[in-house]
Design a protein around this ligand. Sequence first.
Ligand code: SAM
Length: 278
Amino acid sequence: MNTPSLEPGLYIVATPIGNLGDVSRRAEAVLAACDLVACEDTRITGKLLNHLNIRKTMRRYDDHADAAARERLLAEMGEKAVVLVSDAGTPLISDPGYRLVREARERGIAVTSIPGASAAIVALTLAGLPTDRFLFAGFLPVKAKAREDTLKELSGVPATLVFYETGPRLVASLEAVASALPGREVAVARELTKLHEECRTGTADDLAAHYRAHPPKGEIVLMAGPPLAPQAPGEADIDALLRAALAEMPPSKAAGQVARAHGLDRKALYARAMELKA
Ligand code: SAM
């Protein structure tokens, strides 16, 4: 592969989430041309580089690295092209890199991103849940109370919710979703881009029952559709609401009150209130 030299700076390079065929040509070119690869685990990134026939100096880096380690990398970016990769997918997305990018930007170091796979996006493209708005919430807390609180906090967000998950915790998370987000459409995407890729949809209760019986292996994305639109009251309900209001106020006020409370047409309700009164 042609390996033109790269300008000094920080290069954020996305890598495959399971299928090596997903490495982009640009990712390959930047990995081949860079001076240093900062990574979470040199064995995992070493395998990718081997697959691409690239030999590079690798250095372990994560956001918990001490200030001196980060400082050293930032100083090197003055004259070297430094790549940041994570074990899989897009760096910074539930993976290290945030602090490094932030500090690089503060120092005026050029930051370039080479996009590629991210499990959250792949999962959304499979699930058939609304994608016009979604909220990526990373991993749910491990402790039951904190998990419940997080789900309650997110329950009003008018968007599809996307979580990263692990096999051993999936059933507990589905049970928590069933109780905090009742009635929502839920999807579980597993082993994306790999041989045993699957995406199951249903209620959280049904999916919990399935995975209780078939404990899931591998990597998982859990999604919950947006809150359900409130059901408009039926004709019988509207009559009951109007009758209750008419017992206490004149038809025009009763129609206005029921219309406001349920988002209904006031004129139509007034006509019906007059019929009921007659
Ligand atoms: N940075 C990565 C990305 O862009 O997707 C995510 C890293 S995060 C530490 C790892 C989590 O991502 C896994 O626990 C799983 O929830 C999700 N994940 C990664 N690869 C996956 C795959 N092939 N299928 C399903 N989920 C995956």
